[in-house]
Design a protein. Structure first.
Length: 183
């Protein structure tokens, strides 16, 4: 997989700016992790401030990889520089050119199409820049909003894993949604 990308990356849609993390972004990560509605299907609920800082430091360390295997972005509304979410693309299997994407949007911004807009940009970034021949996302099957986003990206359910994850003491099924570029 080829990576001829400058050190820090910014991506744009008509409404959004995706920029790589900086140290102060721990504040947004911490704030989102306190929102029970947003983290109901998330792996990192209720982070302490030190843990949120640690996560952001780890993400920033990925920016120094060579070649780059991980891209984590803050999602902002253009012209406002208001942080509304985060999104990532990570090479999970170099041999088969498989890239995972994942995202989170602040609950106040749900229903505005931002997740779809950012995820479509990330899917295309994974294919066109990271060389993905398979883009996938993992989702809890009860997370209907996220499944709708993935379906809008042209992703289809490839496999379901029953009772494979626990969140807040409850077992959930997870599904893998995939997109294969049409080339």
């Amino acid at each position: 997989m080829t990576n001829t990308i400058p050190q820090l990356v910014e991506l744009y849609t008509d409404r959004l700016r995706l920029r790589e993390f900086v140290h102060d972004d721990w504040v947004a990560i911490h704030r989102w992790s306190q929102d029970i509605e947003q983290t109901r299907y998330d792996s990192s609920p209720n982070l302490s401030e030190p843990h949120a800082r640690h996560i952001v430091n780890m993400i920033i360390a990925y920016q120094k990889e060579s070649p780059r295997l991980h891209y984590h972005f803050i999602i902002e509304r253009q012209h406002e520089y208001h942080t509304i979410g985060s999104i990532y693309a990570a090479i999970r299997d170099k041999t088969n050119h498989s890239v995972e994407i994942g995202y989170r949007i602040a609950t106040a911004e749900w229903g505005k199409g931002y997740a779809t807009e950012a995820a479509l940009l990330m899917r295309d970034f994974a294919v066109n820049t990271m060389g993905a021949k398979r883009v996938f996302a993992q989702v809890i099957t009860e997370n209907a909003r996220s499944i709708r986003v993935l379906e809008k990206l042209g992703m289809v359910c490839e496999e379901v894993f029953p009772n494979s994850i626990t969140r807040y003491g409850q077992r959930y099924d997870t599904a893998v949604y995939v997109y294969y570029p049409p080339y």
